[in-house]
Structures are given as structure tokens and as C-alpha cells.
Ligand binder design. Sequence first.
Ligand code: NDP
Ligand code: 2IT
Length: 483
Amino acid sequence: VYFLYVLYILFTYYIKNRLFLVEYISILKKGIYMPYLEEVFNYLNRTSPAQTEFYQAAEEVLYSLQPLLDKYPKYRKHKIIERIVEPERQIMFRVNWLDDNGEIQVNKGFRIEFNSALGPYKGGLRFHPSVNAGVIKFLGFEQIFKNALTGLQIGGGKGGSDFDPKGKSDNEIMRFCQAFMSELFRHIGANTDVPAGDIGVGAREIGYMFGMYKKLANKYEGVLTGKSLKWGGSLVRTEATGYGCVYFAKNMLAARGETLEGKRCVVSGSGNVAIYTIEKLYHMGALPITCSDSKGMILDEEGIDLLLLKDLKENQRARLSEYIKYRPKAQYTPIEKYPEGRNAVWSVPCYAAFPSATQNELNLEDAKALLANGCKCVSEGANMPSTAKAVDLFVETKIAYGPGKAANAGGVATSQLEMAQNASMLSWTFEEVDAKLEQIMKNIFQSASSTAAEFGQPTNLVLGANIAGFRKVADAMIEQGLV
Ligand code: NDP
Ligand code: 2IT
């Protein structure tokens, strides 16, 4: 009786606070693996101080790799871990430009060329005041494995600037982009390093940067992706990350005999990824009811008005708070009214959640709120939107959880399709590119889930994606010798 009583107490404690076990298990796991990986983390702390986002990304990947490292000693013998955490090249530069008042402005520019085992460095450029060396490094690190998962020949890179595009005139944007490219051009090329967009960088910025590259390099080549459809861009690239993220969710759910049809979905962000996630959710018969920006969130129980959202964000470049002027029944919550330390988007009851704004926008408390409200699926459009503890909870509770490097790989995959079209001087139809994207997302899901099953944790797509991506890069590094 006592035994049953103790069991009952433990069980109710566990149900009330699943974190107890999650944390206990993850500390235990990390404790067991520490000796080897600890050396790597100590090295990173010593040589790249204060890069917290990078440590977070590296820890997630490296801890997932333990079963692979145990099974195949070749990776340790070739010191792949020690080599893969060290970028092949990092470029930091000054960007001077003149604002509309004739004042000199100075920003930092970054490009990290992380790993070229599988192809030319490939990854976006982010313009946001929060950009620093650690942010670019975490994004570049994630990009290596994401790009490997696509099955295409692309290495990993990332770049950007702490430039804030908000409130800048079109001329200021142009002058900044030109100044940025006046240094970057010497490091990139269609077969070397091919940047694209990310936060704060869309078709307009890619246009100005392409123009400057062409002038300085005297080459008209596919050096950037996300170009305008009028001069070398690919159909579906604009939609690709959001569409791909929903395709990924569809695959995760299909494996569980579920669909998105008729389901309430919450989306964060209101930029490129969020907008086309919402569009594809409608195509699937789902009901997307939220979106957000850095100032607040919209809850529209009748479903987000997609045309209005596109007009506000793509044409007017307005704040999301404007939405309720046109849809008075919708509800706007400014961030000052969010529960403390939380993101209000994740308190809205839903079947599936699509974090599509930025890193660490969904923490443990948010994850608990989602699960308590019955959320069954999280598909990450953003890069590393969930904190480490939130990820642990999703994995432990075995919901359909698609980590960013798998779920948002559709953007970069379609960038590679743009490169292929540029190189062959052909252009494919919307249907052709969309069909390829859908197939790539299916392949990524299958590769992550079969790898997860191979290592005994069939629902753990964090483990599966990290091992599957790493293995491709690591094997290529071994075969290409010590370079
Ligand atoms: P956009 O610049 O188009 O939109 C970003 C959105 O996120 C905006 O709504 C923005 O709000 C919000 N946001 C940005 N930073 C913050 C912040 N610190 N706090 C709250 N909200 C924030 O970028 P994308 O849609 O292209 O990118 C969104 C995410 O998706 C990023 O994590 C990016 O790395 C990732 N991603 C993008 C891909 C792409 O192809 N574009 C491919 C794969 C991943 P506000 O306007 O108020 O700043
Ligand atoms: O994070 C990403 O994958 C992107 N921002 C897209 C990169 C690309 O090269 O298309």
C-alpha cells in the first residue's frame, strides 16, 4: 500500500510538473556525456566568449550526437566535433553610409563562412539591431545541418548587420545595402558563397545588393537568391519557408494519422515566414488565428485576414496594430500586456503552433501553456525559436515537434532551386518548383524520423535531424581530407 501511495504521489507530481523529470533526465544525460563534450564547450567558452545563442545551438546539436559518436569512433578519430564548431572563415567589417540628413552612420557587417564540405556557403543575411557575432554564429551553425538535411549541395553560412531598417527611407536602405555590398562582394560568388534574405532582408534589399555586386564584380551571376522574378529569381522562393514549414507539419501529422484540416493554428511573427505559413495553412483547410510583431499580437478568431496582412506588411510596411482598424472584431494585445516573461501568442488554445518570428520567442512557460491547452504539433519556421527547456519538454511529451533546422529548410532548399535555374539559364513553373519543395520537405521528414528510429527514439526529430544532418557533413569532411 505504501509503495502504491509513493507511486501515486510521484505520478501526480510528474503530471503537475513534467519539467521535474525532463530536467532530471537531461541533466543526467549531460552528466554522463560530459567528459568529452565538456572539453569542446570549455574551448568554445574560452575562445568565443559571451556567444550565448551559439552555445545554445551547439549544445543542442552536440548532445544529440552522442549515440552516433558512441557507435562510430571515426568521428572522434577525425576530430570532426572540434573542427565543425570552428567556422572556416569569419568576416567582420565596417559599413559607413550617409543618412538622409547627410550624417555619417556606422554599422557592423558580418559574414560567417562556416562549412563548405557539401557545397558553396549558403545562408541568409539578417539586418536587425540585435545582430552580433554570436547571433550570426548560431545562425551559421544551424545552417550547416539544415542545408545538409535538404539533400542538396550547399554548405553553411550566414551574415548580416546590426543596421535597423525600421523607419529608414528607401534611399537610406539603398545606400546602406550598397555600402554593405562594397565590402561583401570580394568574399562571395555564385560558386563560393551565396547569401539570401532573413529578418529585415527581402526582395528590395536583395535587389540593391545585387545591383552593387554586379557593378563591382562585373559579373551577372546567381550570387544572391531571393531575387526579383523579373531578373533571375525563382517562383515559390518568396513562399518557400512558410509553405515548407506547413508541409513539414503535414508530414509529421500524417505519420500519426492526423491532418491540419479544420484545426486552429497559432502563428507568431508577421514577416515573410509567418505570412506564407498562414497562406499554406488556409490551403490545407486549417484556421490560422494569430500573428504578431515585436510590438504586439493579433488574435482574430474568424481567421487572420491574409490579404489585409499582406497589404499592411508587404506594401505599407505598417505596424500590426493597424490591423484592428480594418478588422474591429479582432483583438490586439501590445507586448506590455503580455504575461510577465511570456509571449501571449502561446496562450491561445490551438492544435498546432508555428513560431515564425525569432530566436527564443517560446520559453518553458509558453511550452507548458501550449501543452496544457491541448497543442499537438509545433513546427518551427523561425531559427531556434524555442528555448532549450521548451525543446526538452516537447521531445519528452512526444508531441509532433519539428525543430527549425528541419521544418524551415524549405526556404534555403528553394534558394538552391533558384541557383540551379540560374546556372542552367532556365526557369521552372510555379507548380514545378512547389512540387520539388513539397518532395524535399517530405524527404527531410523521412530522413529525420528514420534516423531517430535508427537510434531508438522514433518520435525525437531533434535527435534525428541533428544526426542525419551532421552525418552527411562529417562523412564529406572525412572523405575530403584535412583541409
Ligand atoms: P521578416 O523580417 O520578414 O519578419 C520578421 C518578423 O518577426 C516580423 O514580424 C518581426 O516583427 C518579428 N520579429 C523579429 N525580431 C523580433 C524580436 N526580437 N521580437 C519579436 N518579434 C520579432 O523575417 P522572416 O520572416 O524572413 O524571418 C523570421 C524567422 O524565420 C527568423 O528566425 C529567420 O531566421 C527564419 N527563417 C527565415 C527564412 C527566410 O527564407 N526568410 C528561412 C528560414 C528561417 P517586427 O517587424 O516588429 O520587427
Ligand atoms: O535561415 C535560413 O535558412 C534563411 N534565412 C534562408 C537562407 C537561404 O539561403 O535561402
